[in-house]
Design a protein around this ligand. Structure first.
Ligand SMILES: Cc1ncc(COP(=O)(O)O)c(C=O)c1O
Length: 457
């Protein structure tokens, strides 16, 4: 991830200016500060450099003070339209009032109980999430704090219940930063290099890339053939699980052919291997259903989620059929903070909003509109290699890293935050909140399309 620098504001009189309200939202204004004045962001950035470890990447140099809906506002009072949702987390927008109220209420009642006792919020949340996992007959949930923790926990689960060591992960995957999740991650060398020895018995198979490997049919056939070769060479009977992102996230926003996902399912069934869907990024409505397993009609044995589930509070989880969870002995795994009452209350409120406001359906509809619009408007732009996606998880692959960086930078200059992904960061990814207003979506797409047009480069 490369840092992009925002333009230094020039006029201090604007520091306290309230951003223009526009149908409940803001206008991306270029706030300027008076001659010679130092932006507050600059001061905070200098303190950040001294106080915080540089290992944590930050995609922009913005210093954010507040978030509201689809907008974030920096310490200099400048609003930015957020097409990142904090990397697929604030799926119902920043600081949704119903989530904030639920957090406040819960914080007054009970902050923490851990494994000392049971608590109502986690039971309630598991029941509510269970309504969105129709591919399970009798789902059970284990709550933790993050996506990587969910991945780690799932490796322990599949090894324990199958008695097999092997885990198959897929090329360009990203599963998180713990040492076990790192072992399954090949999205970029920086995620792994220097951390060896990683987890043993992890095998990497190809993820189909229709754009680069001859289209949907050919890329599926090649990827499945290589997987079969791998299963033959390591011995399918040594493999506990395949773990896969239903849409490749950090690795490039690639939507795989459903035939490939079906191919994984059938091979798992044939060999007694468990299929783990890592829905940390695809989950919580991104793909038009709560989980992509439902969107694609693929039945997982284990489903992992985090990110959007609690609108920004730390929460992750492992879901599986009760018959599988029953084979995980009590005490074989656990967490001090996992599924804490405040995160669970935030998650229940998040689901309330998603269900009451029809946000899964909205993601599907807005996704189709956005894909169609971007495809049409960029068809003659040579630098755009492909527009693809499902729901509000949309990738725009450019022909070079430099082009993608230029577009990202130019969007930021005009008040729109977009992310990049892929091994060489040549793919722009659009992950606006599912609750984004039509006007704000139109505003952001207008900026992006304008910036993508060749005359702007
Ligand atoms: C698919 C996927 N799995 C796992 C993770 C790790 O989640 P966390 O950062 O919450 O540990 C991520 C984070 O981006 C992800 O996209």
């Amino acid at each position: 991830m490369s840092a992009i620098r925002h333009r230094a504001p020039q006029d201090t009189s604007a520091r306290k200016r309230k951003p223009t309200e526009r149908s409940g939202a803001y206008e991306p204004t270029t706030v300027s500060l008076a001659d010679g004045a130092r932006p507050l962001s600059q001061e905070w950035l200098e303190r950040d450099t001294v106080a915080l470890a540089g290992v944590l990447p930050r995609i922009t140099d913005l210093v954010i003070e507040r978030g509201e809906g689809s907008w974030v506002i920096d310490v200099d009072g400048r609003p930015f339209l957020d097409f990142t949702s904090g990397i697929a987390v604030t799926n119902i927008g920043h600081c949704h009032p119903r989530v904030v109220a639920a957090i406040e209420r819960q914080a007054r009642e009970l902050l923490h109980v851990s494994v000392v006792a049971h608590h109502t919020r986690s039971i309630e949340l598991a029941e509510r999430l269970g309504r969105h996992t129709p591919f399970f007959t009798s789902p059970q949930f284990f709550f933790c704090n993050s996506g990587a923790e969910a991945v780690d926990g799932s490796i322990k689960l599949v090894r324990l219940v199958t008695g097999r060591p092997g885990v198959i992960a897929f090329r360009r995957a990203f599963h998180g930063r713990t040492i076990a999740a790192t072992s399954l991650t090949t999205a970029k060398p920086i995620y792994r290099n220097g951390y060896e020895p990683l987890l043993a018995s992890v095998h990497i198979a190809p993820y189909p890339l229709p754009l680069h490997d001859g289209g949907a049919g050919a890329s599926t056939a090649t990827a499945l053939a290589e997987l079969d070769t791998l299963l033959g060479s390591v011995g399918a009977g040594t493999v506990a699980a395949m773990i896969v992102e239903p849409v490749l996230g950090e690795g490039g926003y690639v939507v795989p052919p459903v035939a490939w996902l079906d191919g994984l399912r059938s091979r798992c069934d044939d060999h007694g291997i468990l299929l783990v869907l890592d829905e940390v990024q695809t989950g919580m409505g991104r793909t038009g259903r709560c989980f992509a397993a439902e969107t694609f009609g693929v039945r997982p044995d284990v489903l992992l989620f985090a990110k959007g589930v609690a609108s920004g509070l730390p929460l992750g989880g492992i879901a599986a059929e009760r018959s599988l969870m029953d084979r995980w002995p009590t005490g074989a795994h656990g967490s001090t903070f996992g599924g804490n009452p405040v995160s669970c209350a935030a998650a229940v409120a998040t689901l309330d909003v998603m269900e009451d406001d029809g946000l899964f359906e909205r993601a599907a509809v807005l996704g189709e509109v956005t894909l169609a619009r971007l495809t049409a408007e960029t068809s003659s732009i040579v630098e755009v290699a492909e527009v693809r996606g499902v729901g509000l998880m949309i990738g725009v692959e450019l022909r070079s890293k430099e082009a993608a960086a230029r577009v990202q930078d130019a969007c930021l200059d005009r008040g729109l935050i977009v992310l990049r992904c892929g091994p060489d960061e040549s793919i722009l990814r659009l992950i606006p909140p599912l609750s984004i207003s039509d006007a704000d979506l139109e505003l952001g797409l207008g900026i992006l399309i304008d910036v993508l047009r060749p005359h702007r480069h």
